[in-house]
Design a protein around this ligand. Structure first.
Ligand SMILES: O=C(CSCCNC(=O)c1cc(-c2ccc(F)cc2)cc(O)c1O)c1ccc(O)c(O)c1
Ligand SMILES: [Mg+2]
Length: 212
């Protein structure tokens, strides 16, 4: 059984079906007490919650679903009318996320796409009926963060005020991305220091507002 399957089983046996907060609590308890996993986690998650509440996005994109933890974390704060798309490359992870999201009762609120983000981003307007995103959460492979934010720009998926949040700026690190958003002149970017998931190590989120 994979680690991701062990986390899902723990959630199914310890959380309450249809209760997103109990699902998040179970994943976090497992992450702290049993096996580390690369979810954004409860500490950085509180900062992400604040950004979501401040932005109140009607349309949002996530790159890097993994087990669905941050999708559940975000969508639990959004109105039923919000549109949330999440892209995952790895079909095994996507299958786990699908079950985790269903257990949380949010399957009607999250559009899961299993594909390489580079292939999906150019299709979002036509195939997924997207105009522009109010918010984007980037948490996939660290070495494609820059490629993908540039794809979002060139595919006109950002608008003045779009809030782009990126995980793992320190650990494992996304130095080219941090440099890009802070120096290219297209974003007002701030770094929010925090802790690495389920650890006392340092990490942080970058919040970058597109100037349009
Ligand atoms: O989702 C993926 C790839 S898997 C998750 C990426 N996340 C990480 O790699 C990740 C890693 C670590 C970490 C691991 C080991 C360490 F020793 C230290 C840090 C921490 C995190 O918080 C992470 O988020 C995807 C790829 C391509 C696509 O086009 C797409 O759409 C999606
Ligand atoms: Mg991450």
């Amino acid at each position: 059984m994979s680690k991701e399957q062990r986390v899902l089983r723990y959630v199914q046996q310890n959380a309450s079906r249809g209760d997103p907060d109990s699902v998040l609590a179970a994943v976090d308890k497992f992450g702290w007490e049993t096996e580390w996993a690369m979810n954004v986690g409860d500490v950085k998650g509180l900062i992400l919650d604040r950004f979501v509440k401040e932005t109140a996005p009607q349309t949002m994109l996530e790159l890097g679903t993994y087990m669905g933890y941050s999708a559940i974390r975000v969508v639990r704060l959004l109105p039923e009318t919000a549109k949330f798309l999440t892209v995952e490359f790895n079909p095994e992870n996507a299958a786990i996320a699908n079950e985790m999201i269903a257990f949380a009762g949010l399957q009607n609120r999250i559009i899961q796409i299993t594909s390489d983000s580079a292939d999906v981003i150019p299709q979002l307007k036509k195939k997924y009926d997207v105009d522009t995103f109010d918010m984007v959460f980037i948490d996939h492979w660290k070495d494609v963060y820059v490629r993908d934010i540039k794809l979002l720009e060139t595919n006109n998926l950002l608008r003045k005020g779009t809030v782009v949040v990126a995980d793992n700026i320190i650990n494992p690190g996304a130095p080219e991305y941090a440099d890009y958003v802070r120096t290219c002149g297209k974003y007002d970017s701030t770094f929010h220091e925090s802790n690495f998931e389920y650890s006392d190590d340092i990490d942080g989120l970058e919040k970058s507002v597109y100037r349009g």
